[in-house]
Design a binder for this molecule. Structure first.
Ligand SMILES: C[S@@+](CC[C@H](N)C(=O)[O-])C[C@H]1O[C@@H](n2cnc3c(N)ncnc32)[C@H](O)[C@@H]1O
Length: 252
């Protein structure tokens, strides 16, 4: 399996002590990679507003609050950092649709099987991939995510990891996930002036080979793009019948 160590720096992003110290120092909120406005088309397309949602590694991001403002009704937020959870629980004490619990994504045995219609992960698998025993941690986390998803439910992974480093972890047959990939530029990216290729629609899935790799002819406009993996838990009934929610102008 690939391990994307080149993208990790010297911090131990897999360590609760690191995150507790960071959240103690940094007041306010911070959303890694992308804000909800940019992710909304994908969230609204693949996750029903009535779904019970698990946000793994919520940190102090505003994403869950933005989802509630957008009509989502029930979001359970977990993080390994008790500091982050205390701050967020206090901040959102008057928003009953947002719940917070300190928990390790590698052991979510507190929740019964098939509890959630969707699991959202922005940067948390990435953190584990930068920690010790990364492949084992990833397998523990993803095994738990798979267990907690209802059949037909979706694991939405927003990451800097391209298919070469993420697909080997996501494509385990036991998860039985149908995986669709979207690629979006980082915030603030501008196409080079005079760029002759037609502008891409980021709402179109990226073409993948049978091995789950990007097709060699695919050109990524922003080399620092973010990847959105939509992993839908299939069962025998919906294997051939996986329809996402329609994209309409309301959502876009
Ligand atoms: C890169 S930050 C992303 C935070 C937030 N999701 C966002 O988009 O801004 C990763 C988060 O994962 C949390 N985390 C790291 N390892 C974890 C684990 N084993 N279990 C639960 N949360 C973890 C960290 O505390 C941190 O809040």
């Amino acid at each position: 399996m690939y391990r994307d160590v080149s993208s990790c720096n010297t911090y131990d992003y897999g360590d609760a002590v690191y995150w507790d110290a960071r959240y103690l120092q940094e007041a306010g909120s911070f959303d890694w990679y992308q804000r909800y406005a940019a992710l909304r088309p994908f969230v609204r397309k693949f996750i029903s507003t009535s779904a019970s949602v698990l946000m793994v590694g919520c940190g102090n991001a505003v994403m869950s609050e933005d989802m509630i403002k957008d009509g989502y009704e029930d979001i359970m937020n977990i993080d390994i950092s008790s500091v982050a959870i205390d701050i967020m629980r206090r901040k959102y004490q008057f928003i009953p649709q947002l719940k917070y619990m300190q928990m390790d994504v590698k052991d979510m045995s507190f929740f019964p099987d098939e509890k959630f219609g969707a699991v959202v992960d922005k940067g948390t698998l990435d953190s584990l991939m930068c920690g010790t025993d990364a492949p084992i941690s990833a397998a523990q986390m993803l095994g738990e995510v798979s267990r907690l998803l209802k059949p037909g439910g979706v694991y939405l992974l927003i990451t800097y990891g391209d298919p070469k480093v993420r697909m080997p972890h996501l494509m385990r047959p036991s998860y039985n996930w149908k995986i669709t990939l979207f690629i979006i530029p980082r915030p603030g990216f501008e196409r080079p002036e005079g760029c002759s290729t037609p502008e891409k629609s980021y709402l179109e899935p990226a073409p993948l080979t049978d091995q789950g790799l990007l097709s060699p002819s695919f050109v990524m406009e922003d080399p620092d793009s973010h990847f959105i993996y939509v992993c839908q838990k299939m069962d025998d009934l919906n294997l051939n019948n996986a329809a996402p929610y329609p994209l309409n102008t309301n959502v876009l």
